[in-house]
Ligand binder design. Sequence first.
Ligand code: TMP
Length: 206
Amino acid sequence: MFITLEGPEGSGKTTAVKAAVAKLQELGYQVVQTREPGGTPIAEQIRNVILDKANTKMDPRTEALLYAASRRQHLVEKVWPAIKEGKIVICDRYLDSSLAYQGGARGLGVDNILNVNLFATENTYPDLTLLFDIKPELGLERIAKNSDREVNRLDLEKIEFHNKVRQTFLDLSKRYPDRYIVIDASKSIEEVQKATMDAILARLCK
Ligand code: TMP
């Protein structure tokens, strides 16, 4: 089972899933929690290049290819082996982030980015994608209040960019209704955690 968490900046997806992971482990499932870009040493090195605030000259297609490269390495080293061992892999961001950020917001085209990523992932789609939907203004406000989280190159984009990210995610949820569940991330932590757990358990029982 391959579960991905998606959403704009500050949607609280990482916090929301913590409780779900603990609960799944309690129920006896083996869970691997990981993130993109990164998750393995090589992929983390690529992450540092992508998100470095000093890399203001990075070309949009270079950015898209680096995300796809990092994704491939992470699949090969971590995700595929864990799935083969029967574990549940929960990954903070995956393919749909590239579709929303590079395809939608950067304007490279969702289908162009999908093609690059189908090559990189050998057509590996998640079984379940939880979209933590939130208005960008609210998400960015949350980040500003969270002193633990370092501001990255993409956080610095204008609000229109973040609006396009959100809209593309919502469009993707309609394009892939079988694997997408949209969670209202503006609700309280408890409500968001409950919706997260319910969605995962429903998929596991399918
Ligand atoms: P995060 O670790 O805080 O989620 O930051 C990763 C950033 O990278 C975030 O701004 C979203 C962005 N991103 C893309 O633009 N494309 C991608 O494919 C992925 C995985 C992330």
